[in-house]
Design a protein around this ligand. Structure first.
Ligand SMILES: Cc1ncc(C[n+]2csc(CCOP(=O)(O)OP(=O)(O)O)c2C)c(N)n1
Ligand SMILES: [Mg+2]
Length: 312
């Protein structure tokens, strides 16, 4: 189990570090919002899900896509704008999708996938499916009107959906305390009649356990929705691969406890060194192959410019 979790965390971290290295060359054709520092939330949640379960995410969605089993080669090709990408090169980093893996979509527009996830959960309920939907969003999305409409509708229809608010305390450069009169998101959500709790400090195992219990409960007929606010921390700039402490909206001291408590480093200590080296070697090989695949893939043809933009 620990080896599986380590592989997933290591793979996501290393993929994003490689993206960070290639980004300045302009081979990557879309902005990248890295989840470095936040991987434990996606990994903990997806560990509790089956392949039949569905996730919706945001533009900061590399970790979720990979944790849920999204295809790595198609992801890197998508970032390169290539025809072999998961969105045929038309979506870029912010619009990852892998229907076979249950990654139903990610979006650049804050809050947009929340009602889509709710709609999907409504369809599952009508079909009496045992699958669950998980909707990921940031603390900033909670300020959108559509978030509140979605909470109300999901609670009203008692839908099989789990909401995961990844609270990294910032919307771009503005701290949550400067944006929200009551920062206790999980408490406010209770007013909709939604069962809700907060899990602090990138606690991967607690997230896995609590979300696992929620998934089991929903599958066995307990009425949803269920809400988790998971506190976490973004270590890189809002968009791009660099650090941004020089901007002055936050300090390196604020990041220190999160760096010290890095779930990847903590997990590494639980795995035998030989086993760890094997995992790392395999992952590194997979990453090299994924970037090579993206490099040699063709760009989409001009004639495809307007195809698949809208559903026929
Ligand atoms: C509807 C909408 N409003 C504003 C923006 C500009 N914008 C992009 S990211 C962002 C911050 C969102 O913060 P949060 O939801 O906490 O996610 P995080 O970036 O921290 O992961 C904003 C305001 C947008 N993309 N869409
Ligand atoms: Mg945020």
């Amino acid at each position: 189990m620990n080896a599986k979790i380590y592989r997933s965390l290591y793979r996501i971290r290393r993929v994003e570090e490689e993206i960070g290295k290639v980004y300045p060359t302009d081979k990557i054709k879309s902005p990248v919002h890295l989840s470095i520092g936040q991987e434990a939330v996606s990994v903990g949640v997806c560990l509790a899900l089956d392949s039949q379960d569905i996730v919706f995410g945001t533009y900061r969605g590399h970790a979720l896509y990979l944790a849920k089993g999204g295809n790595l080669k198609k992801m890197i090709a998508e970032l390169y704008g290539k025809a072999t990408g998961c969105a045929k090169g038309k979506g870029g980093s912010m619009h990852l999708i892998d229907v076979a893996a249950g990654v139903m979509g990610e979006s650049a527009i804050v809050g947009t996938t929340i009602p889509q996830a709710v709609g999907y959960a409504y369809a599952l309920k009508i079909k009496r499916s045992s699958s669950v939907v998980v909707s990921f969003f940031g603390d900033g999305a909670v300020e959108e009107g559509v978030f509140h409409e979605s909470m109300n509708f999901a609670a009203l229809k008692k839908l099989p959906i789990i909401f995961i608010c990844e609270n990294n305390f910032y919307a771009i450069h503005t701290h949550q305390m400067k944006r929200q009169a009551n920062p206790k998101i999980w408490e406010r959500v209770k007013s909709y009649g939604i069962s809700s709790e907060r899990i602090v400090g990138n606690d991967l195992f607690k997230i896995y356990q609590h979300v696992g219990n929620a998934v089991k409960a929903l599958r066995s007929g307990k009425l949803g929705p269920i809400f988790f606010e998971c506190t976490t921390y973004r270590l890189k700039e809002h968009v791009g691969p660099n650090e941004d402490y020089y901007l002055g909206y936050r300090t390196r001291e604020e990041a220190e406890p999160w760096l010290k408590n890095d779930p990847l480093q903590k997990l590494a200590l639980l795995i035998k060194s030989k086993n760890r080296q094997e995992i790392e070697k395999e992952v590194e090989k997979e990453i090299v192959e994924a970037f090579a695949y993206a490099e040699k893939s063709p760009f989409p043809k001009g004639s495809e410019l307007f195809t698949e933009v809208f559903k026929d």
